[in-house]
Design a protein around this ligand. Structure first.
Ligand SMILES: Cc1cc2nc3c(=O)[nH]c(=O)nc-3n(C[C@H](O)[C@H](O)[C@H](O)COP(=O)(O)O)c2cc1C
Length: 331
């Protein structure tokens, strides 16, 4: 069975990629993911706020140790505080890139235009083979229009594209009014790939304390359907763009569906957090078994082979599916 695939211009030995999670933030588990057959790994996102807050904490510690006040910032003229905050993350990128044979993709979630660009450059310097721009953002400002937000993402892609030579992918939210149009524009602005989709975490309300409680639930298999559908819709629209599908891939059969819909790779996090890095190997085995049973000899043969089903008139197809689903209910 030939499991090789191309993603962001890189030849990967397998189409199953470890998506950013705490598992991809440690060298020991990265090694185990590689041993299990991961085609690539995406490291946890570098968050601009994290860099800033680490720098501030360090500054506080230095202040406390030296007994001087905040106004004496100039006391440490030679220390680049920002840079110190970054170091741990860049060291992970560097060490992982040295240690692993498979490509190490860095992920970035910036806060300011300058931050995105600067840290993208640093991640490239540290040895990342590609950069995933994690655009997780909950837009709550009623003065911001959808067009404003979209323009900001496009500018971000422009800016990062100018800064780095390595491939750039954009991990998107599914909540664009015109998803296909936005996806195409992102590619026109220089993205080499799209990652469909970011999962949005909904905090809960604690009825005793009336506090907002962060609530992290791992994904369920049914969440696969949203990225699956959009992968199938976007594949014919963007034939030359890499697509990584993330959310709800828990099994080899899930991976097979994603590849059939047109994904170049599937990205797995929840299932690996639940079951451990070895589960990645089992997913690959299940995929291989399914392919054997259905007489496929390579992943490339599988990729996108059902995406075309909707291509003639995708909008009519979606409408018909909607009506069919509603009518399928039997009480
Ligand atoms: C604990 C945890 C940490 C995560 N950290 C990141 C991150 O740093 N950057 C990112 O882009 N996605 C992050 N994700 C999202 C995953 O990479 C993945 O896209 C998402 O969970 C959907 O895939 P899944 O259904 O296989 O979990 C995280 C997910 C979990 C559960």
């Amino acid at each position: 069975m030939n499991l090789t695939t191309t993603y962001l211009g890189m030849e990967l030995t397998s189409p199953v990629v470890a998506s950013p999670s705490p598992l991809t933030g440690r060298l020991d588990s990265l090694l185990r993911l590689q041993e299990a057959g991961a085609g690539a790994v995406v490291l946890p996102s570098l968050f601009e706020e994290e860099v800033e807050s680490e720098a501030l904490q360090l500054f506080d510690r230095m202040e406390a140790a030296s007994g001087i006040g905040a106004e004496a910032a100039g006391y440490f003229p030679d220390v680049d505080l920002d840079h110190l905050g970054l170091e741990r993350h860049l060291a992970l990128v560097e060490q992982a890139s040295d240690l692993l044979d498979i490509p190490v993709i860095a992920s970035l979630n910036g806060r300011t235009p300058g931050g995105w660009v600067r840290y993208a450059g640093e991640l490239q310097e540290a040895g990342a083979r590609a950069i995933e721009l994690n655009t997780y953002e909950v837009v709550v400002d009623p003065d911001l229009t959808a067009a404003d937000v979209e323009e900001r993402y496009l500018r971000l892609v422009d800016d990062v594209r100018r800064e780095v030579d390595i491939p750039v992918s954009v991990k998107l939210s599914p909540y664009f009014t015109s998803m296909a149009h936005m996806a195409r524009r992102i590619v026109e602005h220089g993205a080499d790939g799209l990652v469909l989709f970011n999962r949005f975490y909904q905090p809960d309300l604690d009825l005793e304390t009336l506090d907002v409680t962060p609530h992290l639930e791992l994904s369920t298999e049914s969440e696969l359907r949203l990225p699956l559908r959009w992968t199938a819709i976007l594949r014919p629209v963007l034939p030359d763009t890499s697509i990584g599908l993330t959310s709800g891939v828990h099994t080899g059969r899930g991976a097979a569906k994603a590849l059939l819909a047109g994904a170049d790779v599937v990205m797995v996090a929840s299932e690996l957090l639940r079951e451990g890095p070895r589960r990645l190997g089992e997913i690959l085995d299940e995929l291989t078994r399914w392919m054997n049973e259905h007489e496929y000899t390579s992943v490339r043969q599988l990729q996108g082979s059902v995406a075309g089903h909707t291509a003639a008139d995708p909008s009519a197809f979606e409408r018909a599916q909607y009506q069919r689903v509603l009518k399928s209910w039997v009480s």
